[in-house]
Design a protein. Structure first.
Length: 172
């Protein structure tokens, strides 16, 4: 049985607000008034390393785009997730193959699950491909074979500390 509509919309709004507050990523909501369902959320992950295949080798890409669709049955039903940017990963299909995301976060989804934990889990998945459990598409199988031989070592992202300025505008 779904949540009452007003309670559901309030929960979704709060979850998105929490994501915007606690994550550095960008979120665009299909209905900023939070009145229509299904609700589409376009998420742009920033400063998040993930592998892509380019010119015969794996390189790091730091910006990734995905779409999360939330239906009337949320949170009892998992959100629908589709990857929208290039990726070379055994557990994430490239957009041309459907953009499906294979993660235990979706398999184990429950009423207590939320978007913030899911997106943080995606950050971990990007940096830690699981070649033992790939999707069975050509691209994901190739990625699994590659990462079985060459573990993915993403660069560490160091957050820049904000500059502290004196009253006259000069650096301290």
């Amino acid at each position: 049985m779904p949540l009452p509509r007003d309670l559901l919309l309030k929960r979704i709004k709060n979850e998105i607000r929490e994501c915007k507050r606690k994550l550095k990523h960008h979120f665009v909501v299909s209905d900023p008034e939070f009145k229509k369902l299904p609700l589409e959320i376009t998420v742009t992950l920033v400063n998040t390393p993930g592998p892509i295949w380019s010119d015969g080798r794996v390189i790091h890409k730091f910006t990734h785009k995905l779409k999360i669709i939330i239906t009337e049955d949320y949170p009892y039903q998992t959100p629908i997730v589709r990857w929208k940017s290039p990726i070379f990963h055994p557990n994430i299909m490239p957009p041309e193959d459907g953009g499906y995301v294979c993660t235990k976060l979706l398999e184990g989804w429950s009423f207590k699950s939320n978007l913030l934990a899911f997106i943080k889990g995606l950050e971990v998945l990007l940096a830690n491909p699981n070649p033992q459990n790939p999707f069975e598409t050509d691209a994901c199988t190739r990625a699994a074979e590659y990462f079985n031989k060459h573990p993915y070592n993403p660069p560490e992202i160091k957050e820049k500390k904000p500059k502290i300025l004196r009253e006259n505008g000069e650096d301290k």
